[in-house]
Design a protein. Structure first.
Ligand code: URA
Length: 189
């Protein structure tokens, strides 16, 4: 584990730990407030993220931007990253060995950010962070507390683009997140 962002970012610069590296254009490390109370974890970069080197800047990202706006939080206020930092070809789900190879970077990001709330966007984030026994359909919308971090699993924004009904549940889950955030802030005053 690295104790500074500089060391961590240097350690990933030429990463060759898995088979996603030959086809990536940019490593998408993550961005946002490095002392954020809320961290969002997605699945992996898509084409836009791969070309810009930034997380959630494509279609799913535009939806996330609307969500932050609607909830009264700023994108710059939170920290955003993914399970894998390099784009899986054709946007397929990251394979187990790829996720495993990349997870130490994410664990290190969590240790450095020290978020109080982690929003798990979709099944890949849920299963890789909390365990394969969880399913997104039954876990979403329910708080899971582990080692002082409050986890909220919800739909991946790309799923909302395919299913209008999921939008309602996604909003409900994110409202829960904002309520918890307010609650935590008022306790720490
Ligand atoms: N989908 C993700 O899971 N992450 C991104 O960064 C973009 C799309």
């Amino acid at each position: 584990m690295y104790e500074t962002w500089e060391e961590l970012e240097n350690s990933i610069k030429d990463c060759r730990k898995c088979k996603l590296c030959p086809t990536r254009h940019n490593i998408v490390f993550g961005e946002g407030n490095k002392q954020a109370d809320i961290m969002f974890i997605g699945e992996g970069p898509g084409a836009d993220e791969d070309s810009q080197g930034l997380p959630f800047v494509g279609k799913a990202g535009q939806l996330m931007n609307k969500a932050y706006q609607g909830l009264g939080i700023k994108r710059e206020e939170v920290y955003i990253t993914n399970i894998v930092k390099c784009r899986p070809p054709s946007n397929r789900v990251p394979e187990e060995d790829e996720a495993r190879a990349c997870l130490d970077y994410l664990r290190n990001q969590v240790i450095l950010v020290k978020p109080k709330i982690i929003v798990l966007l979709g099944s890949t984030a849920l299963k890789n962070i909390l365990g394969k026994e969880y399913g997104i359909t039954s876990a979403r919308g329910k708080w899971i507390e582990q080692k002082g971090i409050h986890y909220m699993p919800t739909w991946h924004p790309a799923a909302l683009l395919r299913d209008e009904n999921k939008k309602i549940e996604f909003w409900k889950d994110l409202k829960e997140v904002v309520n918890k955030y307010e609650e935590i802030k008022s306790q720490n005053k």
